[in-house]
Ligand binder design. Structure first.
Ligand code: 4NP
Length: 161
């Protein structure tokens, strides 16, 4: 089993989209039963809520179902539970790098560092922006998840194949 966690601020837009897309891509690749996929927020403002309706609608228009998800806050035990934790933006990476317990096993990475041409970039926060920001986020997340899944399948053959 390989465990992947996506982290953004509120866990209602970017990281739930990544969770839904990555899980679906893993299903299509035939590795869903060997992969645990989850998401969390650095802050608890929206704990217990479903994803933002604009994220749900955009994902649905692109064939991905986010409707069963519930926002939660990042926990310290996530750093020992998960193999790979993806920060949707540099601020999330910096926050997690500060609080991660010493010796915890999770590999921490900036999500877009996996997507050639987008290294060191943030997935922009669509929450305060315009409607089309959600499609832009979806497209970035989808492209990043495709590359990330290939990377995980290459790097973790023992756990996934
Ligand atoms: P997310 O977007 O981090 O992609 O879920 C946000 C959602 C809510 C807030 C910030 C970002 N907020 O400040 O409540």
């Amino acid at each position: 089993m390989y465990k992947v966690l996506f982290v953004c601020t509120g866990n209602i837009c970017r990281s739930p989209t990544a969770e839904g897309v990555f899980r679906e891509l893993a299903r299509r690749a035939g590795v869903a039963d060997k992969m645990h996929v989850d998401s969390a927020g650095t802050h608890g403002y929206h704990e217990g809520e479903p994803p933002d309706s604009r994220s749900i609608i955009t994902a649905k228009q692109n064939g991905i179902d986010l409707s069963g998800q519930t926002a939660r806050r990042l926990r310290l035990d996530d750093f020992t539970e998960f193999d790979l934790i993806l920060a949707m933006a540099q601020s999330h990476y910096d926050f997690m790098d500060r609080i991660r317990p010493e010796g915890s096993k999770a590999e921490l990475a900036l999500f877009l560092n996996f997507l050639p041409g987008f290294e060191h970039q943030d997935v922009p926060d669509p929450w305060f922006g315009h409607e089309d920001g959600f499609q832009h986020v979806f497209d970035l997340v989808h492209s990043g998840c495709e590359v990330l899944l290939d990377h995980v399948m290459d790097a973790q053959p023992g756990k996934l194949r």
